[in-house]
Structure formats: C-alpha cells, structure tokens
Design a protein around this ligand. Structure first.
Ligand code: PEP
Length: 248
C-alpha cells in the first residue's frame, strides 16, 4: 500500500502574514500522527513557514530548485538552500515554469538530480497541453518528459521521487480531467516505469493535479493509480485544503 500525499502549491500568492495564517490554520486542522500532507510555499517565506510548522505533521516544499549546485546563477535557489530552510520536497518542471520561464526537459532533469543530491524529494510535474491531447500525443509527451529524467537520473532514482501528472489544460481552469482520463494516464505512467523497474513502479507516488476541489477529490483519489493530489487554487484556503486531504 502506497502512502498517499496531498501537496499544496501556493504559487506566487499572499503575503508573509497571510502565509503564516494559512499554515497555522492547516496545522490546526491536523492531528498527531497525520501524514502525507505538504505545502510548497514562495521561497522568501520558507523560513517563516518552517518555524510555524516545526514538529507538526505538515511538511514543507519549494516550488522550484536550481539546476546547478551553487555559483553565479542570479535569482535561483539551490537544493542546499531549500534543505537549510527545512524543505522535504521541491517541485520540478511545473508547467508554469516550463511555459513562462523556459524550463526544458533537460533543465528539469538537472533540477531533479540537484534536489536528490541534497536529499530533497523532487516532485516531477508532467502533463500535456490541450493541443497535445487533441492531437492524440498525450502519451508521447508523457514519455518525453519522463524519459528525460530517467535518462539523466536513472530509473532507480525515481524510487525517491514523486510524479505529479498535471494536464496543463486543467490547471487553474476549473476544468478537471475526468476520473477515467486521469486514471488512464496514471496507469500509463506506472506501466512505463514498470517496464524498467517493477519495484520502482510499485513504490512511486503519482499525484494528480488540475483543479482538484473538495467536491471532486474523493472520486479522483479513489482511482487505482492515483496516490494523491497537487493542489493549486484550493490550497490557498485552509478549509478546502483540509477537506481535500480528508477525502483521501
Ligand atoms: C497546480 O498549480 O499545480 C495546480 C494543480 O493548480 P490548480 O489546482 O489551481 O489547478
């Protein structure tokens, strides 16, 4: 049985005080022994949130990580820095990074490797655009994004990572993939990994992301190959985020 995981992605939203209030409200809704819940917060607030959630079940993640270890890379945040701020996870290859900031399959793979070098669990985001789905290339896109990481990191490295399948057309749009559409791709991802290592395929958590809300979470999470969710908009409200966590 795989441990489930519900992870919030706050993106570039809120202020320091709002972030602290949100983290405190999430923690207030958790009980001792709860597991599998995390928030990826803006990097400038990591230390504040780290202090607020210390010794609670809520884990911390960065929203991106540099593809280099250190040096003259203005504006980047290294895996070491994330680790120092208490991060257990880091998103890599979120579609907003790929679309707006030019993150390529290769740089995403390098970010994945840098995270793992510091003991941070990379959450590899993959998924097709609407155009790619409509032209029947969803699986080819998944293969390309996944293989770029497997080629650089090796299949065994995936055992210490999480995959988030996020159809780009469902992110922040209010349009969710149907439970069956999501399951079909999750099953495909697991099958592709199993072709290289059954052990890794059985172990890896594959999250679904794309307009998950309290009212659709239960049905999505009930699918066999869906181990949890990466939650954007609904993670900005503690009650919604907790309701999604409780749906698992
Ligand atoms: C995301 O940003 O990863 C995401 C899934 O966003 P939303 O839940 O708002 O669609």
């Amino acid at each position: 049985m795989r441990q489930s995981l519900v992870m919030g992605n706050w993106k570039m939203n809120g202020s320091r005080s709002e972030g602290l209030a949100l983290a405190n409200a999430i923690v207030a809704g958790l009980k001792e022994g709860d597991k599998g819940i995390a928030v990826c917060v803006p990097s400038v607030y990591l230390s504040d949130i780290e202090r607020a959630i210390e010794n609670t079940p809520l884990a911390l993640g960065g929203q991106n990580v540099a593809d280099q270890a250190s040096g003259a890379y203005t504006g980047e945040t290294s895996a070491f820095m994330l680790k120092e701020c208490g991060c257990e996870y880091a998103l890599v290859g979120h579609s907003e990074r790929r679309t707006y900031y030019g993150d390529t399959d290769e740089s995403v793979a390098a970010r994945f490797c840098q995270a793992q070098k510091e003991g941070i669990i990379p959450v590899l985001c993959i998924g097709e655009t609407l155009e790619e789905r409509e032209s029947d290339t969803t699986f080819a896109v998944i293969d390309q994004q996944l293989n770029a990481v497997i080629d650089m990191a090796g299949i065994d490295a995936l055992a210490n990572s999480v995959i988030a399948y996020e159809p780009v057309w469902a992110i922040g749009t209010g349009k969710t993939a149907s439970d069956e559409q999501a399951q079909e791709v999750h099953k495909y991802i697991r099958k592709q990994i199993a072709a290289k290592s059954q052990t890794v395929a059985d172990k890896i958590q594959i999250l679904y992301g794309g307009s998950v809300k309290p009212d659709n979470a239960k049905a999505i999470f009930a699918m066999a190959d869906i181990d949890g969710g990466l939650i954007g908009g609904a993670s900005l409200d503690a009650a919604s985020f907790l309701a999604i966590y409780q749906a698992i």
